[in-house]
Structures are given as C-alpha cells and as structure tokens.
Ligand binder design. Structure first.
Ligand SMILES: [Cu+2]
Length: 245
C-alpha cells in the first residue's frame, strides 16, 4: 500500500510534469509566432552615395534597408504588408541636381519629381536649410528639425532650378511600379543643392494590391553614359522587388 506521503509526492510530480508540459506547449506556441510574423508597417531606408560596386565601375549609390531590429539589410527584396498604413523614412546622404528624370538617360519626365501614391499626396522633408527652402520653394512649414510628422517641410513635388543648365531637385527616387508599369508610389528624395547636405524624408502610404512589384530609382544615377547601368540595373542598389502580402 502506498503511504500518504508517497501519494502526495506522486501527485506533486504529476502536477509538476503536467505543468511543464503545458508550459512547453504554451512556450512553443508563443515562440512560434515570429515565423508567421506580421510584416512591419514601417520601412526605413538609407541612401549612401559612394558604395564600392566593382573594380571597373568603382563606386555607386545604393539604397539600404534598416530592418525593425536595427540591422542593415539589402534593398533587393522589400516585404511590406497590404492594406496597412506604412511609414517610409528615407535618410539620404547623397545630393546633386538631376538633369534627367525618367526611364532612360535623356528623358526629362517631370512625373518623377512629383510625390505620388502617398497619404495627402505629400512627403515631409527634414534637414533642409530654411533660408534655402524659402528662397526657392513654397509650402515650407519647417521651423525646427524635430522628426515629427507634420512639422517637416510638406512637399508634393520637387522643382527644376538653375535654368537650362540646371536640374531637378531630386537626388534619387524610390518608385514602386506595377507589372504594367503604372506608378504606385513615387518618392523623390530631395538632394538638389541643399547646402546642409542630405535630407530625411518621411511619408505614409498604403499598398492595396498584393503581389510582387518592382522598385526603381528614376534618376539615372548609375554608370555608363546613360546612367542606367551599374546601380540602376542591379537589385539591392537602385532597384529591386517589393513583395506585398
Ligand atoms: Cu538613384
């Protein structure tokens, strides 16, 4: 016959082991969550002007993605959630006037100077010099460098400056197009002749169609005489894929 003491010890063991079992099952369920992780509703990208490309081309500009965990990643494939308000931040260390905008080295398509597909049709630019902005652009609402949506400089398109020998105030664009070439999103990054060098752009948008799309910069900033080789035609540099799910 089992003594009372042994019985209690047995019950305690059963409860303990059962508890560990339930705990393990629960832990497994919780720890399984990241594999079906929700896609982040914020996308932060960095543009750097002088990244080593190869020995013959030298350096090229590139977009990088800053992942939610803070790690720097390639921009070759960017995953974004559908039907979700996405906040995009582009930290651009580059800057120059773009003499050409569009799908080849000689096109001058003002479409790519416009902000397309965002909430309110605007983007917010930070770090521009207020004196410079006031001298050349209207709609400046920037009175400090606080990174707070709505306090930046609200922009719906970038101008051409400098007359015939000038160019667009666009350093690079982050443009998402459909398979048929329709522009779903066009974010011109303000480079221009900004004397403070480099800008931060913040904007918000929705992607309401799932699937695989192309992203491309439409400032011919790559190599060769057209500017469309090198970075412009290499995934993870100035183009890539956006997967929306
Ligand atoms: Cu570019």
């Amino acid at each position: 016959m089992i003594s009372e003491k042994t019985l209690y010890a047995l019950i305690a063991t059963i409860v303990l082991v059962g508890g560990i079992g339930i705990g393990a099952a629960y832990y497994h369920e919780v720890s399984a969550v990241p594999t079906t992780q929700e896609l982040s509703s914020s996308l932060t990208m960095i543009v750097t002007p002088n990244v080593w490309f190869n020995n013959s081309t030298g350096t090229q500009p590139a977009f990088f993605v800053v992942e939610p965990n803070g790690q720097l990643a390639s921009s070759a494939t960017i995953k974004l959630p559908a039907h979700t308000l996405i906040t995009l931040t582009i930290i651009d260390y580059d800057g120059a006037l773009a003499a050409n905008l569009g799908s080849n080295g000689t096109s001058n398509n003002s479409t790519y100077a416009k902000v397309i597909g965002t909430v309110g049709g605007t983007e917010y630019v930070y770090n521009g010099s207020s004196s410079y902005i006031n001298a050349t652009l209207s709609g400046n609402s920037s009175n400090n460098i606080a990174i707070q949506k709505g306090i930046g400089w609200a922009v719906s398109s970038m101008p051409w400056v400098g007359g015939a020998s000038g160019g667009w105030e666009v350093s690079h664009t982050f443009t998402i197009t459909s398979q048929s070439g329709q522009i779903l999103l066009n974010i011109p990054s303000f480079g221009g002749t900004n004397p403070s060098g480099g800008t931060v752009t913040v904007t918000q948008f929705y992607l309401n169609t799932t699937g695989s799309f192309n992203w491309q910069c439409f400032v011919p900033c790559g190599s060769s005489s057209s500017g469309w080789d090198g970075a412009m035609s290499t995934p993870g540099w100035m183009m890539g894929t956006v997967q929306v799910s």
